[in-house]
Design a protein. Structure first.
Lengths: 221, 110
């Protein structure tokens, strides 16, 4: 999950994706943010037993820790700090899929562009293609803003792939971090419409899985 | 009011199964670290707060009282600290060993 900007939705997207994948497969999350938001969430009740959280990451030990966990876990998600930091770039360099969360604002778009440039340059250095998708986050259920429409058109023109699913601004996504655990453990006394958040999370996870299957297919071909 | 939903143990092949179970663990496509770091640096992905905090914990009471501040590249610094970490010794000890090795090699010893 990559964006040099804080508040783009990296940690939320990581948590949403990890909990959906973990329903049927082991998952690891590398929490490379010094505020350790995933570590904090993992200590609250209801955290899935088949999600392993890895912290104490430095840019000197990053590849070793990543490789170590990837050898025993099918899904490894990296949640870097929301700055232009070394680990964030190294994570891109070793990724099967880079997901760039983007709120529909020009400020976020400029930072997403920086991440896209990092992907291109890491691809060149590693001499391999690194699949990349933009994920629109914190969008409105009701309306599509002009900025969102403009950014979508611009990304399409530039040939940058985006997920069809957008992570909608929902209280339930925040509530995961307040109450701990997964979306599935929230009920309507705690937060409104957990069902809609779950449907949104599953649609996103299903799209990620499809992209990863396509990558595996290309690799095998 | 909603019932708590089942979180785990989704039946494979059921409508709820997203198909995540088909993936297997495998080693990463490990890039050349120097090249990857160079890309990071050139793109302004240079903040190294994580690394600084790991250096800050590297305190030892050794009687070494003289400081040597030198300018190095981020790559050399990373390699140097990685070397120290791999031997599990301080930066000072790593420096002393490197110095000794260099002196030996200049005298033609192996």
């Amino acid at each position: 999950m990559s964006s040099p900007k804080g508040g783009a939705g990296k940690t939320t997207s990581v948590a949403v994706l990890a909990t959906q994948l973990a329903r049927t497969a082991p998952v690891a999350i590398i929490d490379a943010d010094k505020n350790q938001p995933i570590v904090t969430w993992s200590k609250a009740p209801g955290f899935p037993v088949n999600i392993e959280v890895i912290s104490d990451i430095t840019d000197a030990n990053f590849y070793d820790r990543l490789d170590d966990v990837a050898r025993r876990t099918p899904f490894v998600l990296v949640d870097p700090e929301g700055t232009a930091n070394v680990i964030s770039s190294l994570a891109i360099s070793a990724a099967d899929l880079v997901i760039i969360p983007l709120q529909a604002s020009q400020l976020d778009a400029d930072q997403a562009q920086r991440a896209l440039v990092q992907v291109t340059n890491q691809e060149r250095a590693a001499r391999r293609r690194i699949a990349t998708r933009i994920l629109f986050t914190r969008t409105s259920t009701a309306i599509q803003t002009r900025t969102l429409r403009h950014l979508k058109a611009e990304l399409a023109d530039a040939g940058v792939a985006t997920f069809d699913t957008q992570l909608v601004e929902r209280e339930a996504f925040k509530a995961m971090f307040s109450f701990g655990g997964t979306l599935e453990l929230l009920d309507s006394r705690q937060v409104s419409s957990p069902d809609k958040a779950i449907a949104n999370a599953r649609a996103f996870a299903a799209e990620v899985i499809q992209v990863l299957k396509d990558i595996e297919h290309e690799r095998a071909a | 009011m909603n019932e708590r939903r089942k979180t785990f143990g989704t039946d494979p092949g059921s409508a709820d199964d997203l198909g995540a179970g088909v993936f297997q663990p495998r080693p990463i496509a490990r890039p050349d670290p120097d090249a990857a770091r160079r890309v990071a640096r050139e793109g302004g992905y240079a903040s190294d707060a994580q690394q600084l905090s790991s250096i800050a914990q590297r305190r030892h009471r050794t009687g070494r009282t003289s400081q040597l501040n030198i300018k190095v590249t981020a790559d050399h610094k990373a390699r140097f600290t990685a070397l120290a970490d791999s031997m599990n010794v301080s930066l000072s000890v790593t420096f002393e060993r490197a110095l000794k090795a260099l002196e030996q090699s200049m005298r033609g010893e192996s």
